[in-house]
Design a protein. Sequence first.
Length: 265
Amino acid sequence: MAESHDPILLFDSGVGGLTVLAELRKLLPNAPVIYAADLAGLPYGDKTEAQIAARVAGLLGRMAERYQPRLACIACNTASTIALGMVREVLEIPIVGTVPAIKPAAAMTQTGVIGLLGTAATVRQTYVDRLEAEFANGKRLLRHAAPGLVEAAEAKLRGKSVDMAVIEAAASALRGMEGGDRIDTVVLACTHFPLLEDELAQAFGPGVRFIDGAAGIARRIAHLTQGQPFPDAQSSRFVVTGEVQSAQALLPWLETLGFSTIEQF
């Protein structure tokens, strides 16, 4: 049985998983959370499957040993689609992964044409093929790798201006595919991308809805920790791989989520 102070470990390549934390706080306001950002390994989207699997499994193994979490969440689509099975074999705690929200998108679309934006590594996974075959049968799923959006989201949270040309290029690429003019639903298949939803909405224009997996992941974590004790007050720790200095620009935003310092892993 988990002790009240045992944390939930949220792991991502960068700050995208904070979109999951925001949803989790609505359901479990006092859950102790350790958010781990693998900034030294960012971006994951341009690495090979073998590199990602080895890095994620290795890091999560060491983090589980150090922090003794009650549950770990891989709050990253790329890492989940590649390393989830391996991590579940290595760790003896519940592991929650992140999968592209194709199932709810298929239920939402009116035109039958769905766009999917992800990293290059996520977009090419057979895991996504299986989700499409199972949940979007009879619908058209158009995929585009938009790695530039990860950098744009990281920059936005550091207080820098977003390069709208990058956002518009991603929208144009999906629109330019056969049937792309009929897209009415876009799956944000990277936890970084909801941070850019306002900019994406501007680029796609009216009549397009966006969906991501953050709320669903939060519900899964809440379900798996149901009945477990939590402390009376919220406690959150933000840890990063690599240089702490590189993350300092995030502090103003992190403070709004309950983090007061950035620690090095």
